[in-house]
Design a protein around this ligand. Structure first.
Ligand code: NAP
Length: 242
């Protein structure tokens, strides 16, 4: 019998995280689905995962809160070791640097970087012991090219890229492969309200991406087709940054 495969996905009540949870469930993973506040949306994703024949455990916590991370995950990790972690939870608090308050800076860095640190550190132990793991963090074009109004977010996403490369160097000998998927503009709540007429000219493919187009790249990185890729940044951006 094939061994049970578990994927942990943060920020998966909607958007790219939800699409990733569904694609990985289709691929045969049971899902531990983290989100922060939207119980209804998370429950709907869990139902869809169960319709695909996989189990889903809902984990409502703030990834930037180390006590909540530990309290939610430790009892589960005592019993099972996930093969996959997708660090996807994120949000923006955009404003020009001259107007940026301390909380806009700290909150954005904290969710992306502290969140990555607390959860990855916890899951890493089991993956290293088992000599098997895939850790994928969702960065952004903003962390590669820099975006005005996003000094905080660009710093956080660039930080994720650096952290990923360092961790890949630490863990790859034990077959724990660590990569970044870096989306451009993707149709989710996050970009709701942004002026499409100003975004489209920045994208050579001339359209906004779909969450599933990001999720399929994560799926590939979690599969047996991606056994020699680590420390990389794979962009899914329609050519917006080359
Ligand atoms: P989204 O639709 O706004 O969804 C964000 C998800 O993250 C929600 O499930 C939300 O949970 C969760 N979340 C936010 N803060 C959290 C926290 N502190 N702890 C736990 N969960 C938290 O966003 P998205 O567009 O899918 O973005 C997903 C990732 O892709 C983010 O890292 C984002 O930076 C990145 N990204 C997005 C785009 C884009 O154009 N959309 C482009 C590049 C990169 P609740 O709603 O339940 O609170």
């Amino acid at each position: 019998m094939q061994e049970k495969k578990i994927a942990v996905i943060t920020g998966a009540s909607k958007g790219i995280g939800a699409a990733t949870a569904l694609v990985l469930a289709r691929d045969g993973f049971d899902i531990w689905l983290n989100y922060r506040s939207d119980h209804t949306a998370a429950a709907a994703v869990a139902r869809q995962i169960e319709e695909l024949g996989r189990s889903c455990i809902l984990l409502c916590f703030d990834v930037a809160d180390p006590a909540a991370v530990k309290e939610s995950l430790t009892p589960l990790l005592d019993l099972e070791t996930p093969l996959v972690l997708v660090n996807n939870a994120g949000f923006t608090k955009d404003t020009l640097m001259v107007w940026m308050g301390d909380s806009e800076w700290k909150d954005v860095l904290s969710v992306h970087l502290d969140g990555f640190f607390y959860i990855t550190r916890l899951l890493l132990v089991g993956m290293l012991k088992k000599r098997a793991g895939r850790i994928i963090s969702i960065a952004s074009t903003s962390g590669q090219s820099g975006m005005p109004g996003q000094v905080n977010y660009s710093a956080a996403k660039a930080g994720l890229i650096g952290a990923t490369k360092a961790l890949a160097a630490e863990t790859s000998k034990r077959n724990v492969l660590v990569n970044v998927v870096s989306p451009g503009f993707i149709e989710t709540d996050m970009i709701d309200g942004l002026p499409t007429e100003r975004i489209l000219p920045m994208i050579p493919m001339g359209r906004i991406g779909k969450p599933e187009e990001v999720a399929e790249v994560v799926s590939f990185l979690c599969s047996n087709k991606a056994t020699y890729i680590t420390g990389q940044v794979i962009a899914v951006n329609g050519g917006a940054y080359m």
